[in-house]
Design a binder for this molecule. Structure first.
Ligand code: LLP
Length: 399
């Protein structure tokens, strides 16, 4: 990819997404589950650009959404309503009502209180809400604590006993239709065993429910498949599928998946250019025009992203790559070997296609970057750069 050309054409900081990579990842995963009915619900939170969602829609993907806003994005981008799931640990009444009116595939419930709320709203609308319940299998996914979700100490889902009680209650309700079951133990998973264990626990519950005539049709294994940021050993889609399928023997269910990072992470790049270098004592800093407000993963999780400086200069030394925001936490990397740079040299930050732009903000009144798609080698602007006017638009009438 000609990053210099793109940086010159669209300026920096800039997000660039290789759509063909998204396609390849989608197909690999779909193929791995070919022996069964499966539905990939792209986790829109990972990258919510309408063109990105539209691309997944064209591959026949569904969507996993965590707000009514994401549901609307998915619909607008062409994902059919019967392939949309609404998840999330806390949903407002108006979101539940809208989701029911939009008649999406199912609403994922995360507590008894929420189920009662959904039932009440469905009754008011004279509807039957298709629901699934998120089971927290209490399994350590062995990932970063901030993105671990399948332990009882995390706020997500309900334990097996509560889930069982919820299904039994739902069965007797005229306004609830328990069609699915769900788990998601964490993100950036690189070990198969915890997924297998979780799938076993949850499929055992499905068997128990079957015995009391509760027929689960959708077995939703969540997202979480890890990608390569550094040199991680990854779970192969085939092994992932086999691990899950082994636990589903005898069950006639559609397997739903909610991958986000796996589909888009490695297909995205964040381009930023060098403003200047400076040395404080014995510390060398390369100051770039992108910042934590554009890509927060290093600051927030101490996440590693591979960084490439496009220069012919071979002379390297240790440096911190930092942005212009007024926080010491505003860095992309610390103490990495970096060639000597000059102003305008391009810095390419890899694996920025998931949880990159979507987590950006306007902190320090910085307009958010543009987003560009590369489709079959051609570049297309899919979100223009914000302007100062955009940033103040919602405030200026109140002056
Ligand atoms: N399904 C559920 C219920 C989730 O909570 C998540 C992610 C996904 C699917 C998609 O997970 P993925 O396949 O992308 O791992 N901001 C963090 C990641 C937060 C993930 C939250 N939930 C990061 O930058 O690493």
């Amino acid at each position: 990819m000609d990053f210099n050309y793109l940086a010159q054409k669209y300026s920096t900081p800039l997000y660039v997404y290789e759509f063909n990579h998204f396609t390849e990842q989608y197909k690999k995963l779909k193929e791995a589950f070919r022996a069964r009915k499966s539905l990939i619900n792209f986790a829109v939170k990972a990258n919510s650009n309408l063109s990105v969602i539209k691309h997944f829609a064209s591959l026949e993907s569904g969507a996993d959404c965590v707000s009514i806003g994401e549901v609307k994005r998915a619909l607008l981008a062409g994902i059919p309503k019967y392939k949309i799931i609404l998840s999330g640990v806390g949903k407002r009444d108006d979101e539940i009502e809208e989701a029911l009116k939009l008649d999406i595939l199912m609403i994922n419930l995360e507590s008894m209180a929420e189920m009662k709320r959904v039932e009440k709203i469905a009754k008011k609308l004279d509807k039957q809400a298709r629901i699934s319940i998120r089971v927290n299998p209490n399994i350590d996914p062995k990932t970063h604590p901030y993105i671990s979700t399948g332990l009882h100490e995390n706020k997500f889902g309900v334990d097996i006993d509560t889930a069982t009680r919820m299904y039994l209650q739902a069965k007797t309700s005229e306004n609830l239709d328990p069609v699915g079951i769900h788990f998601h133990i964490g993100s950036q998973l690189t070990e198969l065993e915890p997924i297998k264990e979780a799938s076993q626990v949850v499929s055992d519950l499905v068997r128990k429910l079957q015995k009391v005539d509760i027929d689960i049709k959708f077995f939703d294994v969540g997202g979480g498949l890890g990608i390569c940021y550094d040199n991680e050993t990854l779970i192969e889609p085939y092994d992932y599928a086999q691990a899950i399928l082994e636990t589903l023997q005898g069950l006639d269910v559609t397997i739903c998946m909610e991958p986000g990072r796996y589909l888009t992470g490695n297909g995205g790049y964040f381009l930023t250019k060098v403003l200047y270098e400076k040395v404080n004592g014995d510390k060398r800093f390369v100051i770039v025009d992108g910042a934590m407000n554009d890509l927060i993963r290093p600051s927030l999780y101490n996440a590693y992203h591979k960084i490439e400086v496009l220069t012919d200069n071979e002379e390297k030394s240790k440096a911190n790559i930092v942005g212009p925001v007024c926080e010491s936490g505003d860095f992309f990397a610390k103490n990495i070997e970096v060639p000597k740079t000059k102003p305008n040299d391009l810095v390419v930050i890899h694996s920025a296609g998931a949880y990159g732009f979507v987590m950006s903000s306007n902190y320090n009144t910085r307009p958010r970057p543009a987003e560009v798609a590369i489709v079959n080698g051609e570049d297309k602007l899919i979100r223009r750069r914000e302007t100062f006017e955009d940033l103040i638009a919602l405030e200026k009438d109140y002056l």
